[in-house]
Design a protein. Structure first.
Length: 128
């Protein structure tokens, strides 16, 4: 799946916390896959490797990328704070069992979602 038209307006992306540094440290193939998926999200589409989170993280989604090394990398974002794409967390999946996102990572995502909402509120107040 590719972004719509190159000339169409894309949503600005905001990285919260260390998410930009974290994704920058990933292997090149994982960065390329996650970057491409985020570009699709910025164009208003759903990335093919995206899955929504549930419960109190409704409106937050996760994209995954498998690297040639066999490791899996994830980027978690929200688009519910229009017009932005807030990247909340980027991490390597290290869980020993299952595909569920570890509690430690979910807790960090919750904290960063609160930060994203505050940043969004400040942007809205500055525009008013």
């Amino acid at each position: 799946m590719c972004p719509r038209n190159i000339g169409e307006r894309v949503k600005p992306i905001r990285f919260v916390g260390s998410s930009l540094d974290d994704i920058s440290a990933f292997p090149a193939d994982a960065k390329l896959k996650l970057g491409h998926a985020l570009r699709i999200v910025q164009s208003g589409e759903r990335a093919p490797n995206e899955k929504p989170l549930h419960g109190d993280l409704s409106g937050v989604s996760e994209i995954t990328a498998d690297a040639e090394s066999g490791n899996t990398y994830r980027s978690v974002y929200t688009v519910k704070l229009e017009p932005f794409v807030f990247v909340l967390h980027c991490f390597e999946k290290k869980a020993k069992k299952g595909i569920a996102t570890p509690k430690k990572e979910l807790d960090l995502i919750r904290r960063r979602l609160k930060v994203a909402k505050e940043i969004y509120r400040e942007i809205q107040e500055a525009r008013a």
